[in-house]
Design a protein around this ligand. Structure first.
Ligand SMILES: *Cc1c(COP(=O)(O)O)cnc(C)c1O
Length: 407
């Protein structure tokens, strides 16, 4: 009799987006004349930058000809992309990253989820709340937690992001081995200052821990004082892995390309106390279980590092930030407190009431869909996430309706 991995039975079913869909379709069925605008999604809406489309076409033509056809590429990614990443993302910020420390993949979701398997099952975890669900759920699957109790898993140190700490969690008073951080944050849109990241790096160095730094929204940072990479912090090369994605900078959510930086200076230990290279472990894992991102996709990603590509991705992220600015102003006018939206495409609204109640209010009074914060964790209660990923016309219409309904 084949048996299952029972850790999967500990997972709290994620009803969030299914619940939202159910409530929205029920509303639409009862009110067919009132079109609904969705500001709840975490997916981009605008098409690929033209440089990416041109590169995709050209690379596809190469694949069509015997002389330029390519089969399997390097599992870690083509050198042209790994080198472009170093030259355009890290070197200009003074970050010491080498091309062979960059692992190209088909998404940060997979990388954030897969990375935990190179570490022991009995390590101590520190994970933010509210949070991108991948960090917690992949550790539950791996057996690092107990069964869910009241929305939380024993075995996880939760890093509370609350109005009191400006949604940037404090360093825990107890040691942790693996620390997940995401800045600019999804869902809160909060960013961490250089001093705050320095404190995390110092904590990780003190406890010989590793920080997993999810920088998926780095391209939305506009405040010049906010670090884009954990490697802007001295000493981070010995204690941090960084995840980057082309999903939010260049609309690659359906195209799929990302990368993970694993510095060769990063060490972890076995039970006998022997030191191991985390880079070597991840290289082994990646080359064993992954066979590389499609050549045309890597060419499309590399195209964003041309002058035209840089201008186009800047215009794209500026466009979403323009939406975010309108949303922030509208929320402020309603007299509600919020964070995010200035260096991130999400606005985290402190609604001062139950987050599903506020969701229902926006849906029924304004036909606008947001995401109830409770779906991202205990500390998300009382909040909703409004996404700036939409057309300008939809954002303006949604805000006009909200203003009229809630005034
Ligand atoms: C969108 C997002 C990513 C990127 O995931 P991909 O798999 O590269 O599309 C990573 N982390 C967070 C928190 C995100 O919101």
């Amino acid at each position: 009799m084949i048996r299952i991995n029972e850790n999967y039975t500990k997972l709290k079913a994620s009803y969030l987006f299914a619940d939202i869909a159910k409530r929205v379709s029920a509303y639409v069925a009862a009110n067919p004349a009132k079109p609904v605008i969705r500001l709840g999604i975490g997916d981009v809406t605008e098409p690929l930058p033209p440089v990416c489309v041109e590169a995709l076409h050209a690379a596809t033509d190469e694949m069509a000809r015997r002389e330029t056809f390519r089969g399997y590429g390097p599992e870690q990614g083509y050198a042209f992309l790994r080198e472009a990443v170093v030259q355009h993302e890290f070197a200009p910020r003074g970050c010491e990253v080498e091309a062979d420390e960059v692992f190209i993949s088909d998404g940060s979701k997979c990388d954030c989820g897969n990375i935990q398997e190179i570490f022991s099952t009995d390590i101590r975890l520190a994970i933010p709340d509210p949070v991108y669900p991948v960090y917690v759920d992949t550790n539950v699957m791996a057996g690092r937690t107990g069964a869910n109790v009241d929305g939380r898993y024993p075995g996880v140190t939760y890093l509370d992001s609350t109005p009191a700490n400006g949604y940037v969690p404090a360093i825990p008073s107890t040691p942790a081995d693996l620390i997940y951080l995401c800045f600019p944050n999804n869902p809160t849109g909060a960013v961490a200052t250089k001093a705050q990241l320095e404190a995390w790096v110092a904590y990780a160095r003190k406890h010989r821990a590793i920080i997993l730094f999810d920088a998926a929204y780095e391209s939305y940072i506009r405040d010049p004082a906010i670090p884009h990479s954990i490697y802007e912090i001295a000493g981070a090369r010995e204690v941090a892995i960084e995840f980057r994605s082309y999903s939010k900078i260049a609309g690659f959510t359906g195209t799929r390309c990302a990368y993970t930086v694993v510095p060769k200076a990063l060490k972890a230990w076995d039970s006998a106390g022997n030191e191991h290279s985390v880079h070597a472990l991840w290289n082994r894992r990646h080359t064993t279980k992954f066979n590389g991102v499609a050549y045309p996709i890597q060419k499309a990603a590399a195209a964003i590092y041309t002058d035209a590509g840089k201008a186009q991705t800047k215009a794209l992220t500026d466009f979403y930030l323009g939406n975010a600015k309108l949303i922030r102003a509208a929320v402020a006018k309603l007299g509600l407190k919020c964070v995010g939206g200035d260096n991130a495409p999400y606005i985290w609204v402190n609604t001062g009431r139950d987050s599903w109640e506020f969701f229902d209010l926006l849906l029924s009074k304004a036909q606008v869909v947001c995401t109830p914060g409770a779906g991202f964790g205990k500390c998300g209660e009382g909040h909703v996430r409004i996404s700036a990923f939409n057309s300008r016309a939809n954002v303006e219409e949604a805000l006009a309706r909200i203003a009229a309904a809630l005034k």
